[in-house]
Design a protein around this ligand. Structure first.
Ligand code: NAP
Ligand code: F7E
Length: 327
């Protein structure tokens, strides 16, 4: 069976992808950074089949050593500084990890190499944030990029260098331009999980308000479990290519808030929500909505979880987690 190396194994997508590849019988290695990573225990408990290898996207020699040891058939580069708001405050770090880190991973593969018959395939986690101040709606693989944050700029570099290594060195390198995807494993810093966790705590009397920034921005939100399937499908094609993965629907942050409170049977949500300018960004991405026709027709990908199901699922999960803490 094939061997996969996943960078970003402690993140939302890394964990969903590990589950998927395990169900397909893969041998799975996860790249983990830091000398005492606090998420090691979680990964070992919930994904005991993952073998951890040390490495950091900022350290080329660690990547060469990881690729050389694992000899993967497929590398999924999911590691990044992925929080857009943080990228404004730590722009250089973001450029180094989210941007140049992709180049280092590609170099590690190019240097270690696979065999002619069995090349190491590469997946890059590109993002709809590259579209930023959108040039057309809906966004497709052909839509020009106009990033609005250091994160978006770093992702554009990561995307372009992936295409460049494919064209220059014949690497089997694919870039998935994924729109926002969420789940019960989403970090609490992202708006969807911040909302569902707060709604659960408000419902249980553990918190009295939810403090947010811009409620008007619109996102194309899907379910992470559906999206990792597209990553795998891209690497199973005869030729490497780039694909948009999205639902084709867009909702505002306000609509997400309304639905989340409704899922917890709280009607007067405005009573609990306070706006604070500290959560506004220096430049915002106002509207994202993707056209995944290519992924649907070429890969046969389709999303399974709808927007209402996604919100309900996340609220239900957070209610269960917060209730368990009380007992
Ligand atoms: P996430 O939960 O924030 O996970 C990011 C991962 O990157 C974590 O495992 C983190 O490890 C790791 N990491 C950070 N810096 C690293 C470094 N220097 N070396 C090695 N690992 C490092 O992100 P996600 O939501 O799973 O997203 C996965 C990828 O898809 C990211 O590249 C993200 O930018 C991209 N993406 C996400 C979405 C989305 O909606 N989720 C949409 C489009 C693209 P630690 O936990 O140890 O810090
Ligand atoms: O913000 C607004 C905020 O941080 C969504 C990452 O996975 O998806 C994600 O990036 C929207 C923005 O995600 C708060 O201004 C309002 O308009 O959940 P977010 P994001 O920036 O869309 C893309 C595709 C990625 O690639 C990224 O890695 O919500 N918003 N109030 C808020 N956002 C946060 N975080 N917190 C608030 O209080």
């Amino acid at each position: 069976m094939p061997t996969a190396l996943i960078t970003g194994i402690t993140g939302q997508d890394g964990r969903f992808l590990a589950d998927l590849l395990h169900s397909k019988g893969y041998t799975i290695y996860g790249l983990m950074k830091g000398q005492n990573n606090p998420k090691l225990e979680l990964v070992q408990r919930e994904h005991p089949y993952v073998e951890i290898v040390e490495g950091d996207l900022c350290d080329l020699s660690s990547l060469i050593s990881a690729v050389s040891r694992v000899q993967p058939d497929e590398v999924y580069n999911l590691a990044a500084i992925s929080f857009v708001a943080m990228s404004f405050n730590q722009a250089e770090l973001t450029a180094n990890v989210t941007g140049t880190g992709v180049l280092r991973m590609l170099e590690a593969i190019r240097i270690v190499g696979g065999s002619q018959d069995n090349p190491m395939k590469f997946y890059q986690a590109s993002s709809s944030e590259m579209f930023g101040k959108v040039r057309e709606t809906p966004q497709t693989e052909a839509t020009p990029f106009y990033p609005r944050s250091p994160y978006g700029c770093a992702k554009v570099f990561g995307h372009d260098i992936t295409v460049n290594y494919r064209e220059s060195y014949g690497l089997f390198a694919c870039s998935g331009i994924l729109f926002n995807h969420e789940s019960e494993r989403r970090g609490l810093e992202f708006v969807t999980r911040k909302i569902t966790n707060a709604v659960a705590r408000i419902k249980l009397g553990l918190q009295d308000e939810l403090v947010l920034g811009n409620l008007d921005s619109k996102r194309d939100w899907g379910y992470a479990g559906d999206y990792v399937k597209a990553m795998w499908m891209m690497l199973q094609q005869p030729e490497p290519d780039d694909y948009v993965v999205a639902t084709g629907e867009t909702y505002s942050v306000r609509e997400f808030v309304e639905r989340a409170f409704a899922a917890a049977e709280i009607d007067d949500w405005e009573r609990y929500v306070r706006l604070d300018p500290k959560f506004l960004r220096p430049a915002e991405v106002d509207l994202l909505v993707g056209d995944a026709t290519k992924a649907e027709t070429v890969l046969g990908w389709k999303r399974e979880v709808s927007f209402p199901e996604l919100v309900e699922r996340m609220v239900r999960h957070d209610l269960a987690v917060e209730s368990a803490k009380l007992s």
